[in-house]
Design a protein around this ligand. Structure first.
Ligand code: GLU
Ligand code: ZN
Length: 305
């Protein structure tokens, strides 16, 4: 069992009391749902339902080299088996290329975009943030190039619903970042910002591994004229070696025939009260109880398997 949930003094003004709540789960189809991604799905679902909000499902299939054919179907099947039913139709990012192109056009009109021909190996030498090598170079586009978004002196500030107040000066954390890759794919940062904006997402609940992307997304959303959502980043699930459970490291698929057990385990990991025996008959009754008793988990670096 987890220790009792301690009040987090930082989350008072996190914006998590909204009534026009629209949340989402946005998996990349790089593998089936595993215990770690179930935790994220469940947390964002319960937060939405606890606020009588909508919960949308968006498949982030913008990076074919990393995807596994059919993984979207497996994820959807697992969500269904666990009673995690989304509102509206499933959105596929691969159907939204026009929207990303439009956003790119807008950013270009604002003169915030430039070509970058740097190779990864060159940048590795300079470490973390992109130092802006190509910003003033005006590359003519004849060589393969990525497109970067100028961040100026932007400082992203937000109060994470779990992690508390965050201040991230983009020039130090990442610098001008890629919005279209050298292989002509739109970047995750651009697509997720465009979609969160266009879908009126008010609340994002996701794994803390994505917290380092939040500043870039807030910047992109604001630059495109959207109000950024409220964010809450839940601790990630790590294995016995302390490594994050992920599809890339071969985390095994969740067993759909054990939905009740899986949900009970996930609730415990999220520091939620356990539904009494009488409420454990079905995934639906567990979720109903859990949404009714939901509160965001307290801050922790990670959750051990
Ligand atoms: N598609 C991303 C992933 O599966 C998550 C996107 C998000 O929640 O912002 O890692
Ligand atoms: Zn460059």
């Amino acid at each position: 069992m987890f220790p009792p949930v301690l009040p987090n003094p930082d989350n008072i003004s996190s914006g998590f009391e909204s009534s026009d709540y629209v949340g989402r789960f946005a998996p990349s189809p790089t593998g089936p749902l595993h215990e770690g991604s179930l935790l994220c799905a469940l947390a964002s679902y319960l937060d939405a339902k606890a606020h009588n909000g909508q919960w949308l499902l968006r498949i982030e299939d913008l990076d074919p080299p990393r995807e596994i054919p059919g993984a979207d179907r497996l994820i959807i099947e697992s969500l269904r088996a666990h009673g995690l039913l989304w509102d509206g139709t499933v959105v596929y990012q691969s159907d939204r290329l026009h929207a990303y192109q439009e956003a790119l056009d807008t950013l270009q009109q604002l003169e915030l975009v430039y070509r970058c021909i740097c190779r990864r190996a060159d940048l590795a030498l300079s470490g973390g943030a992109y130092p802006g090598h190509c910003r003033e170079s005006n590359h003519d586009g004849s060589a393969p190039h990525a497109l970067r978004l100028k961040v100026g002196n932007f400082v992203a500030g937000f109060t994470d619903g779990i992690q508390g107040p965050i201040r991230e000066p983009l020039p130090d954390s990442c610098g001008d970042f890629i919005i279209r890759r050298k292989d002509l794919l739109f970047s995750y940062q651009l697509a997720v910002s465009v979609d969160d904006g266009a879908q009126n997402i008010s609340h994002v609940v996701r794994g803390i591994d994505l917290m380092e992307s939040t500043g870039r997304q807030i910047y992109t959303l604001q630059t495109l004229g959207y109000t950024p959502p409220a964010y809450a980043h839940i601790p990630v699930l790590v294995d016995q070696n302390g490594d994050k459970l992920s599809k890339q490291t071969g985390a095994t698929a969740i067993d759909n025939s054990q939905a009740i057990h899986n949900l009970m385990t996930a609730l415990e990991r999220l520091q939620q009260p356990q539904p009494p025996k009488s409420e454990r008959g079905s995934a639906q009754s567990i979720l109903q109880f859990a949404a009714h008793h939901w509160s965001l988990p307290s801050r922790a670096a990670f959750i051990k398997l």
